[in-house]
Ligand binder design. Structure first.
Ligand code: SF4
Length: 792
């Protein structure tokens, strides 16, 4: 059964409405299932609920869950096709240990014994700070929570971060800086009733297809909302926009400052609401005053009249939903820019009301949970590392003394962890379900660090990747459908995903691997009992509920039983809100009280952290914070040697480094190869025709791929970042040196001063023709998202 060919028809038929989004059930099964098992999709933060079809112990298809509030039955191409990549011939089914330079099969006892022996040896000899954990946005809540207690109270290391540093670190920091804690203020239901959308650096049509269906149904239905899109490329949303703003890379902040200035100057603000519910207005007004449309036009390259048009929509629409993603988060001044989008809503009082919210969007499916559970540099349950009461509260819950939780230094962010590994102070890195050998910037450097004899690398993964190739121990992980747990999407909806089939071979869930590690390390609480008191997913969830109680992400009123059968539920779920909470801040009171907030905030320009005393001296005490920042010129400008700017991103058919989508035949077939997107003018000046092989060089590396000409402004080059050295579809290693198809060969080792998110969307590059694409066997150059749109 196939409800549609979602490769050809990405978003499916329209279901327009007058306020309540109708259901449309999407399904794809290759055999008749004997039973359906409840789950949700793990390929983006939309969090679409689905059922897994099972026959004779195998997954044979999926269908969207009609009862679920998030997707009402719909699924996009990754939801419908990616599951087929889970059970390929090359799945990791047995532990591997490196012996004499080669990874060889081992028993679990041997592999875990090796990991435990090394952990103890390094901890004794060099201290807890010699051990780091680098995790993912794809584990389940129960797994992150277990990882946190092991890292914090077991090992006692502050070196723990997720690859969410690469995608949603700025989302959480932007929320904290403005509203006091992490957590999306709004709900996807706001999409159904808003009068305007403002998409800032968010190619929703490619990255969150079901959310884009929800927007398309409004754009094609009655009471069409207006749409403003900020994107340097003419993406699908840009083509649907009333106003498309295409800033030069690195100039989001001047554009947003100019929009704020116009709102204030033209009186499109709500002074009474600002007065009652915010602090910082005067400083913000002063900071943006000089950003006239004309000055912003000179800096961003966007015509001044177009900036004014956008301001009028944003400033006069009765309601507004803004969404922000990687075009902001992975660019320069990421947090400073993301916060300005929050400011636009605060200036108009458009938050906490139906149709009025801002989504600092997540990228990965369970990114919200790594943040909640404290496996990414935040303290567990959005507590404050700098607040001794919060540390004590957590220590009490874990039955440990407060000084066992490493709060004497800020948590180490991922880019710094790799620096420490390079310098030799981190001597063991445990990498869980992520592929930094493709996804981190400046890959030549990252490969060298991971391959170093001085670094002991443990990797949990379901498949061989460019990173497992460099590991000392590989632990075969069970994946989605093979384990039970919960995860939470970008509008705080918690879903339960049940085990549908057994993992292949000896693969184990990450939770089982971590519990086994905790047992073997014999971690104890202060009374001599086991530190980790749970034995499986549901008991971990029950423990987490207590830990989250009283915090913004309060799960205390939720249970597996409640999550089974019906729709997912939005946290907080407390005794007084047993069915969850659609919107936060409906009373205009924010989480900024000094005793409650998650951090004391930062200077957005320098990243300098405010002290507790500084924050308390001007305690916002429940008011949102309007924070300003001025533009800082980029660190690398185009010059004679590198005259163009590179931006990287995604295509609709792939997720991250294609570890799974590259193994799903339809998805890999739809987007088999890297491409280099160029403007007509730049291609013509370099003598490059569509499909020709192009060599792209930066100061750090080289990428070669076929040209795709058009859809992008002169001066800009786009390369999707999915394509590493490995072809996961057939396990073929393309080049010994790990290149040259990975966009991150070219990117810069640099990061936002506040969120520490790397700059993936900013690097100066040069292009030249490298040959005839067809003659060199290159896959046809394509930009599949736009081609699918053109076919419709
Ligand atoms: S929109 Fe995201 S969660 Fe939904 S089916 Fe697509 S990839 Fe999965």
């Amino acid at each position: 059964v196939e409800s549609r060919d979602s490769i050809e028809d990405i978003w499916g038929p329209r279901t327009t409405h007058a306020g309540v989004w109708p259901a449309r059930v999407d399904e794809r099964t290759v055999e008749e299932p004997e039973r359906w098992v409840q789950s949700a999709c793990v390929f983006c933060s939309t969090g679409c609920a689905l059922d897994i079809g099972v026959r004779e112990g195998r997954v044979v298809g999926v269908r969207g869950r009609e009862v679920d509030r998030v997707n009402k039955g719909r699924l996009g191409p990754k939801g419908l096709y990616a599951w087929e990549g889970n059970w390929t011939r090359d799945r990791l089914t047995t532990p591997l240990i490196r012996r004499n330079g080669k990874l060889e099969p081992a028993t679990w006892d041997e592999a875990m014994g090796r990991v435990v022996e090394k952990t103890k040896e390094l901890k004794d000899r060099y201290g807890s700070g010699s051990i780091g954990f680098y995790n993912t946005g794809q584990l389940f809540l129960e797994e992150y929570y277990t990882l946190s207690i092991i890292g914090d109270a077991g090992i006692g290391t502050s070196h723990m971060d997720g690859n969410t540093r690469l995608c949603t670190a700025t989302a959480s920091l932007a929320l904290i800086e403005s509203f006091g804690t992490d957590g999306a203020p709004g709900t996807y239901d706001d999409f159904d009733v808003t009068d305007a959308f403002f998409l800032v650096g968010h190619n929703m049509a490619s990255t969150q297809t079901v959310l884009w269906m929800r927007v398309l149904d409004r754009l094609n239905g009655p009471n069409r909302p207006r749409l403003v899109v900020v994107d340097p490329r003419r993406t699908v949303p840009a083509r649907h926009a009333d106003v498309h703003l295409a800033p030069r890379p690195g100039t989001n902040l001047p554009l947003l400052n100019a929009l704020e200035n116009l709102l204030i100057e033209r009186g499109w603000i709500d002074p009474a609401w600002i007065d009652a519910h915010t602090v910082g207005f005067d400083a913000l007004a002063n900071a943006v005053r000089d950003w006239t449309p004309r000055r912003a036009a000179e800096t961003t390259g966007i015509p001044a009249a177009r900036i004014e048009q956008a301001a009028e929509i944003i400033g006069t629409s009765p309601t507004l939903v803004s969404t922000v993603l990687q075009g902001v988060y992975q660019s320069l001044q990421a947090t400073a820019s993301a916060v300005q989008v929050n400011n636009l809503h605060l200036l108009r009082g458009l938050i906490g009301k139906p149709g009025a919210t801002v989504f600092q969007m997540n990228g990965q499916p369970t990114a919200q949970n790594t943040r909640e559970a404290g496996a990414n540099g935040e303290l567990v349950a959005f507590r404050n590392w700098n607040n001794p009461h919060h540390i004590k509260e957590l220590a009490d819950h874990w039955n440990v003394e407060p000084d066992r939780i490493p709060s004497w230094t800020p948590p180490t962010h991922a880019m710094q962890m790799f620096r420490y590994a390079e310098e030799g102070s981190i001597r063991m890195l445990w990498i869980l379900c992520t592929n930094p050998a493709v996804s981190l910037p400046e890959l030549r450097r990252i490969r060298k660090i991971l391959a170093s004899d001085d670094l002991f690398v443990v990797v949990n993964d379901a498949f061989p990747t460019e990173t497992t190739e460099l590991a000392d121990v590989v632990l075969p992980a069970a994946t989605w459908a093979e384990k039970t747990g919960t995860f939470t999407n970008a509008d705080r909806t918690v879903h339960l995903s049940l085990k549908a089939v057994d993992p292949p071979g000896e693969a184990r869930s990450d939770l089982d691997i971590l519990l086994d590690f905790a047992r073997r390390m014999d971690f104890r609480d202060k009374y001599g009992g086991p530190l980790v008191k749970w034995v499986g997913p549901e008991s971990a969830f029950e423990h987490w509920k207590g830990c989250s109680k009283g915090r913004p992400c309060d799960y205390s009123g939720l249970s597996y039983e409640q999550l089974e059968g019906g729709s997912g539920v939005q946290w907080p779920v407390r005794e007084d809100s047993p069915n969850g909470t659609a919107r936060l801040y409906t009373d205009g009171v924010f989480n900024t009280k000094a005793d409650f907030c998650e951090l004391y905030g930062h200077d957005l320009m320098t990243g300098a952290a405010l002290s507790a005393d500084e924050y308390r001296a001007a305690d916002p005490n429940g008011r949102a914070i309007l924070k300003a920042a001025d533009w800082a010129p980029p660190p690398e400008w185009p010059d004679d040697d590198y005259p163009l700017m590179l931006t990287t991103g995604r295509v609709v058919y792939h997720f991250h480094t294609r570890t799974r989508t590259g193994r799903a035949p339809e998805l890999q077939g739809a987007a088999p190869d890297v491409f280099v997107q160029l403007s007509d003018q730049d291609a013509a000046s370099a003598g490059i025709a569509d499909g020709d092989l192009v060599e792209v060089r930066s100061r750090r590396g080289l990428v070669v791929g076929p040209a795709r000409i058009g859809g992008i402004d002169p001066g800009l080059v786009f390369i999707p970042f999915h394509y590493g050295s490995w072809d996961p579809h057939d396990g073929r290693r393309e080049r010994e040196d790990g290149g040259p198809t990975a966009a991150n060969e070219l990117t810069i080792t640099g990061w936002d001063p506040v969120s520490k998110q790397p700059w993936f969307k900013y690097a100066a590059v040069a292009i030249s023709r490298a040959g005839d694409g067809a003659a060199n066997g290159a896959a046809r150059a394509m930009n599949p998202d736009l081609e699918a749109e053109a076919r419709r």
